[in-house]
Design a protein around this ligand. Structure first.
Ligand SMILES: NC(=O)c1ccc[n+]([C@@H]2O[C@H](COP(=O)([O-])OP(=O)(O)OC[C@H]3O[C@@H](n4cnc5c(N)ncnc54)[C@H](O)[C@@H]3O)[C@@H](O)[C@H]2O)c1
Length: 254
């Protein structure tokens, strides 16, 4: 498929994991792609895309990256705001600086990216922000991350409302557990991995490309009437939130 032929796309966090998968799919579908990331080495491993080393928490760097994209390719059609990470720490004992660092990256990073991208976009353009299932489900020891991802979900709706008169759509994806360097610590074959997988109806973690597909759908013309919404892509994890009664409840009853 070449749904993105000659489109110009910017992907933040494009050096790894979900961002890299979105970038690769966009290239495969014919887009001119710019990957933005703080990780220069990771960017160097991505193929067939332009790369810019920049920090999404630095407004001037994001603005310059967007301007360079437009100078290079003439416009910006689609933006994917993927960059994110977390420093863990409980509410009572965690480090206050770590809490602020995470919220700054996850929430303000998406705000700054959306702000500078939207300023140069034309009607028909679109933005996809990567939130998390943790916008809906708390993550023990990472209140900063979960609260900031909930913020990304609401920010996306607000941005869709405000950018409507510019003809720009803004949507969010809420991934569940996806196999990337970010989640490697949860997927070491230990008891935490087993606990996670028991709650996922698909009984496995997702692959980065399984987020890239829905992301390209939401950003593209097939989703022209989809705006300000959130798409949970979690292999059916959110729906198992209720205590797992499968061992005691059968189709005919307990
Ligand atoms: N992997 C999952 O299970 C999962 C689930 C829900 C949400 N997410 C979200 O998806 C996004 C991508 O995560 P991933 O799993 O691919 O992780 P990843 O670590 O593989 O990729 C994240 C990328 O963001 C970049 N980055 C970090 N800080 C940055 C900054 N200040 N400026 C620019 N780039 C920066 C990193 O260098 C890295 O390349 C994140 O927002 C993450 O919170 C991931």
């Amino acid at each position: 498929m070449q749904r993105y032929r000659d489109k110009v796309a910017l992907v933040t966090g494009g050096a790894s994991g979900i961002g890299a998968a979105i970038g690769a799919r966009l290239v495969a579908e014919g887009a001119h792609v710019v990957l933005l990331d703080v990780d220069a080495d990771g960017l160097g491993r991505q193929q067939a895309a332009e790369t810019i080393v920049a920090d999404v928490t630095d407004s001037a760097q994001v603005r310059d990256a967007v301007e360079r994209t437009v100078e290079r390719f003439g416009r910006l059609d689609n933006a994917f705001n993927v960059a994110g990470s977390a420093r863990f720490g409980t509410v009572v004992d965690g480090d206050e600086e770590d809490w602020a660092w995470t919220v700054d990256l996850v929430l303000r990073g998406v705000y700054l990216s959306t702000r500078h991208e939207a300023r140069v976009m034309q009607p028909g353009a679109s933005i996809v922000n990567i939130s998390s299932l943790n916008a809906h489900v708390p993550l023990y020891g990472a209140s900063s991350y979960a609260a900031a991802k909930a913020g990304v979900e609401m920010f996306t709706k607000n941005a869709a409302l405000e950018l409507g008169d510019r003809g720009i759509r803004v949507n969010a994806i809420l991934p569940g557990l996806i196999r990337t360097p970010l989640t490697a610590g949860f997927m070491d074959g230990g008891p935490i991995e087993k606990d996670f997988l028991q709650r996922i109806v698909a009984a496995r973690a997702g692959e980065p490309d399984e987020i890239a597909g829905p992301a390209l759908f939401l950003a593209g013309d097939e989703a022209s009437y989809v705006n300000g919404t959130s798409l949970v892509v979690d292999g059916g994890w959110e729906i198992t939130n209720y205590p797992d009664l499968r061992p005691v409840v059968h189709p005919a009853g307990p």
